[in-house]
Write a protein that binds this ligand. Structure first.
Ligand code: MTE
Length: 312
């Protein structure tokens, strides 16, 4: 837990409905990438698309969201990603989308930022039993997948993080905590679910390097390690993709990794979680963990024929 204790903010103050964000300013912050281009002139606002996309809970302060991170490419300490990612260059950037698709191709960051962006305020529950509430900016992964026309044979989606040892000290030091690139995967129906987004920002600003700039996955009903950062490749496959933590410790980190208070990690309980930035010396920040991280109404049906103790 960080020592910093931020003030509490009423949910009503931080979740105005509908939410508007000036797209021109957002793109300017993203490096002036398409200023003056066609994508900027026609869209002046961002809108939240529905209440299930906005958790009515106190937002985790931006300072905590951007200084308490897991991004092992920059070190394994919670403060390492913020401290060590200053030299990382999130632009220019390209994402290759290939595999079992009719139209494989690369997308430049400008093209992705020109997609209709939305704000999504989601809970994030790390497998380490801490959690946050984060106002992401992004677009549904499904809208990108549609552009490459997945084939009928595609069943899974595989993701890969960039490998840049010269910019990522965790990839170049004597101690290598994980094999690179960091990899993750989803079933195609999970990837196409409307809650699943690719995020390009948070708190109405460009995504900070430590949070996965310039583009990272957010799947709010799964443990945070599924949210792969700094993505350079997305491939559609017919077999389950390799996933970094699942390969490293298959008895501790499953492929599905759905948030589940009834299935403990072998070394700790998953029944409760620490909400980062709340509580403090006299107050408790411990709260019950919710099935599917509170998104059961939306996603439990995806797993109705599965034993979630086996497929954890
Ligand atoms: N992606 C990459 N490439 N490398 C990582 O180490 N850590 C994961 C996930 N994505 C990680 C990653 C874990 S364990 C978590 S909990 C989330 O990122 C943390 O996201 P945050 O730092 O933005 O809160």
């Amino acid at each position: 837990m960080p020592a910093y204790r931020p003030p509490r903010i009423a949910a009503s103050e931080i979740t105005p409905e509908p939410f508007f964000l000036d797209r021109r300013r957002f793109l300017a912050a993203a490096g002036g990438l398409v200023l003056g281009g066609a994508g900027v002139a026609d869209a002046a606002e961002l809108k939240a698309s529905g209440s299930r996309y906005k958790v009515e809970e106190t937002l985790t302060p931006e300072k905590d969201v951007t200084t308490y991170n897991n991004f092992y490419e920059f070190g394994t300490g919670k403060g390492d990603p913020a401290a060590n990612s200053g030299g990382f260059k999130p632009a220019p950037w390209r994402v290759k989308v290939d595999g079992l698709v009719g139209k494989p191709r690369e997308f430049g960051l400008e093209e992705l930022l020109a997609l209709p962006l939305e704000e999504r305020t989601y809970r994030m529950r790390c497998v380490e039993a801490w959690s946050m509430v984060i106002p992401w900016v992004g677009f549904p992964l499904a809208s990108l997948l549609d552009k490459v026309e997945p084939l009928g044979s595609a069943k899974y989606v595989a993701f890969e993080t960039v490998v840049r040892p010269e910019e990522m000290p965790g990839q170049s030091g004597y101690f290598q905590p994980l094999p690179w690139p960091y990899r993750e995967g989803l079933r195609l129906d999970e990837a196409r679910h409307p809650l699943t987004i690719l995020s390009v920002g948070l708190y109405g600003k460009t995504l900070p390097n430590q949070n996965g700039a310039p583009i990272r996955l957010v799947v709010p009903w799964k443990y945070g390690f599924k949210g792969i950062k700094s993505i350079v490749r997305i491939s559609l496959t017919d077999t389950p993709p390799p996933c970094t933590w699942n390969l490293a410790a298959p008895d501790e980190y499953g492929f599905y990794a759905n948030v589940n208070p009834a299935v403990d990690h072998p070394r700790w309980s998953q029944a409760t979680e620490n909400r980062i930035g709340e509580g403090g010396f006299f107050g408790s920040n411990r709260r019950d963990t919710l099935a599917f991280n509170g998104y059961a109404d939306d996603v439990a049906g995806l797993y109705s024929d599965m034993d979630l103790r086996v497929n954890f």
